[in-house]
Ligand binder design. Structure first.
Ligand code: NDP
Length: 290
């Protein structure tokens, strides 16, 4: 069994991007500029956005954090989005989700210029992904294909089962694994909460991607001997032995599943660290060759 080290791969990609930025600087070319919009004071969102902005600074990107109050109206947030669309200094930006309940997140996502949508959530970019055209690939699925490629994991002709069909993970993951490219060329089964006999489906997987958000849901008897298992889940579960009072669990019961696998991602340290590498790659793409 090989443990997939997402932290190491992410650091390697960040280092390559840092070198590319240094080259651009030396040649007097444009330096990518990422903006992040944070609405309200949600603790987890603050952590995610803070870490994205700090990483941008470390690798030499320009970055701007726009903090807006929880009470901002939808119209005011839309005005901010339009102003970012029109700002020639900004190459790409993200609006951190979730947004407060009084704001329609879909409306905001759809207002982001597809050329600056480095999260890859705009329907125009999802459409391009479905058609196999170059586009911004959503960070988590993009991170997973980069991990598969880094480890040279064979995908052609394999049966890939994805558990979960969300717009940010399961659905784009299925599109990527079935496209005519590497990693890809899999026969893909997408499963969800209405799938009967889920274990029968997962047991047929050469590559199993668990993205359902149920801690340790995938047990050893649901996995084929020799499978590649990618665990996307991140759930905080109460844990009195931890100073924080919780521990992070994936969707896979790691200890019992790992011995059956050819490759497996740990949680934490697997898929999670790749998200930032994907976002940086998308921002570089948004900046173009200028
Ligand atoms: P969602 O809640 O949006 O989607 C979950 C999906 O899993 C749904 O399609 C749902 O089915 C399906 N599902 C739920 N329960 C079951 C079940 N018992 N059997 C089969 N399918 C089920 O979650 P996300 O896709 O946003 O995230 C999934 C997990 O990945 C979460 O733990 C999240 O925290 C984590 N995550 C991790 C990231 C990372 O960087 N590592 C990034 C993004 C997410 P249905 O559609 O029928 O409701």
């Amino acid at each position: 069994m090989i443990l997939i080290d997402g932290k190491a791969v992410s650091e390697k990609i960040q280092e390559q991007i840092r070198e590319e930025v240094a080259r651009r600087k030396a040649e007097g070319r444009r330096i990518p500029h990422l903006a992040a919009v944070l609405v309200g004071n949600d603790g987890a969102s603050e952590t995610y956005v803070g870490s994205k902005v700090r990483t941008c600074e470390r690798i030499g990107f320009h970055s701007t954090l726009i903090r807006l109050p929880e009470t901002i109206s939808e119209a005011e947030l839309l005005a901010q989005v339009h102003s970012l669309n029109e700002n020639p200094d900004i190459d790409g930006y993200i609006v951190q989700l979730p947004l407060p309940k009084h704001i329609n997140a879909e409306k905001i996502t759809y207002a982001i210029s597809p050329e600056k949508d480095v999260d890859g959530f705009h329907p125009a970019n999802v459409g391009k992904l479905a058609l196999g055209l170059p586009t911004f690939i959503p960070a988590t699925p993009f991170g997973i294909v980069q991990l598969l490629a880094h480890y040279g994991i064979a995908t052609e002709g394999k049966h890939c089962v994805v558990v979960g069909r969300s717009n940010i993970v399961g659905m784009p993951m299925g599109l990527l694994m079935s496209r005519n490219a590497y990693p890809g060329n899999c026969t893909v089964t997408i499963t969800h909460s209405r799938t009967p006999n889920l274990a029968e489906e997962t047991r047929r997987a050469d590559i199993l991607i668990a993205a359902l958000g149920r801690p340790e849901f995938i047990k050893a008897d649901m996995v084929k001997e020799g499978a590649v298992v990618i665990d996307v889940g991140i759930t905080r579960v109460p844990d009195a032995s931890k100073k924080s009072g919780y521990s992070i669990k994936g969707d896979v019961a790691f200890d019992e599943v790992a011995p059956k696998c050819s490759y497996i991602t740990p949680v934490p340290g697997g898929v999670g660290p790749m998200t930032i590498a994907s976002l940086l790659k998308n921002t570089l793409l948004a900046c173009g060759e200028e």
